[in-house]
Every structure is written in C-alpha cells, then in structure tokens.
Design a protein around this ligand. Structure first.
Ligand SMILES: [Zn+2]
Length: 113
C-alpha cells in the first residue's frame, strides 16, 4: 500500500528536499526521492510522519529492512534526531570517515551497500 501523496509531500518539505541521510538532491537523483520507514513496516514500523524519512534510492536500499533486534546489534543513526557531524567527519579529499558505530553501520557514502 502506498502512502498518500500529501504524506509524501509533508515528509519531502520537512526534509527540505535532499536525502536526509546523505544529502543527495532531487536534481542529483533526477527526480523525487523515496520515503523510508525509519523503523521498517516489516519490523512493526508505522506510517506516521515521525517514522518516515525522505531518502534517496541508494540510502533506502542500503538500509533495507534493518532494525536492531538485540542489545548488541548496531543501532541506526536517525538524521532527524542527530546531525551528521556527530557521526562523520569530512576529510580533506571529501571522503567521510565514520566516528561512531551507528555511522559504521549506515554510511551516507553507501560504503556498506
Ligand atoms: Zn541518500
């Protein structure tokens, strides 16, 4: 079941149009991005605005249906609750280096996909 166009637009506007995970713009992607369920539907995630992120297809596919189920499983970085600078540092060559386990488990550079 797809989400209503109005929900998609609310998430898109809240994100201010780029991917909330990696910053890919709609221009770079060649069109609108996707909606991602931060906690996947398959893992009891809801369709509420709080659980939806605006994500490029690469980030959405990288994240897939991952959701930590054990205390030792890597937790996910939520871009609406914590800034990227808390989890990544940009090197002089433009590459991002992960600073936290959350960044290692979900890199905006799509290194883990
Ligand atoms: Zn992205």
């Amino acid at each position: 079941m797809s989400l209503a166009a109005s929900i998609r637009e609310q998430v898109r506007r809240r994100a201010q149009y780029p991917c909330e995970f990696c910053g890919t713009t709609e221009i770079d992607a060649g069109g609108m991005l996707t909606l991602d369920h931060f906690q996947p539907r398959a893992k009891e995630g809801s369709d509420t605005l709080e659980n939806l992120s605006y994500a490029c297809i690469t980030c959405n596919q990288c994240k897939q249906d991952y959701w930590p189920r054990t205390k030792t499983a890597p937790i996910l970085w939520n871009p609406r609750q914590e800034s990227a600078s808390q989890h990544f540092v940009e090197q002089e060559d433009g590459q991002l280096t992960a600073l936290t386990p959350q960044a290692d488990s979900f890199s905006p550079l799509h290194q883990n996909c």
